[in-house]
Ligand binder design. Structure first.
Ligand code: TZP
Ligand code: MG
Length: 220
């Protein structure tokens, strides 16, 4: 297989938790995140679509304090202003959010910037930027987010791996049953919402995913 030389990343990909309070099944949001981190999550994205700016910042501050104890980076979804306000470790932007150059100018050097790629042209355009990672989104169809483009599926992921110099994170429908396949098709990191947030034990769910990510595939 042809592979491009991957850029070095300043982010700790691996097991990436994307938060969604509605997926936490009524349990305390911070408890779910802390359990997930204890289970091995390496990066957390605070994704809030309906909070006021004030409430978003309050939540981001509290989460930052929590994550700092574990040395786990906090990434803010969409909102560069919120990331700056709490001095988060980085941002995750989508195709209709602030463009990469503007986000980079505002954040300065040293911050993590991840971008979602929903289609092949997004992957090719992203070659112009020095992203920390590119998220192949969604990899599979997922009830957690239904307003998406066509899922990439494994063949699409493999295409992205061959055509991008960025480390790839996959999101959408990932769980213990398909994470290894995603890694084998070029993913450097696995991002999940429900596989951890909705699990009976978020800590055990994270541990199981982490084991898959850190255990090399047995030789066949
Ligand atoms: N972006 C693309 S799919 C998705 C997001 C935020 C949701 C992923 O949720 P799940 O439960 O891990 O499938
Ligand atoms: Mg967005």
């Amino acid at each position: 297989m042809v592979t491009t030389t991957k850029m070095h990343t300043n982010s700790n990909l691996g097991l990436y938790l994307v938060t969604d309070e509605a997926s936490c099944l009524g349990r305390d949001f911070y408890w779910v995140v802390e359990e997930a981190v204890k289970g091995g999550v390496t990066m957390v994205q605070l994704r809030e679509k309906s909070l006021s700016t004030r409430a978003f910042i309050d939540r981001a501050k509290r989460l930052k304090d929590l994550l700092e104890t574990y040395n786990v980076p906090l990434i803010i979804n969409d909102r560069i202003d919120v990331a700056l306000a709490v001095d988060a470790d980085g941002v995750h932007i989508g195709q209709s959010d602030m463009p990469f150059q503007a986000a980079h100018r505002l954040l300065g050097e040293g911050k993590i910037i991840g971008l979602s790629a929903e289609k092949q042209s997004d992957v090719l355009e992203a070659e112009h930027w020095n992203l920390s990672y590119l998220a192949v989104s969604p990899l599979f169809a997922t009830p957690t987010k239904t307003d998406t483009e066509q899922p990439w599926e494994l063949e699409g992921l493999q295409w992205a791996e061959m055509n991008s110099r960025h480390p790839l994170v996959v999101i959408g429908g990932l769980h213990t049953g398909n994470a290894r396949e995603a890694l084998q098709h070029g993913a450097s990191g696995i991002a999940v919402v429900s596989a951890i947030c909705s699990a009976p034990s978020p800590r055990e769910a994270a541990q199981q995913l982490k084991t898959i990510i850190t255990t090399p595939e047995p030789f066949k």
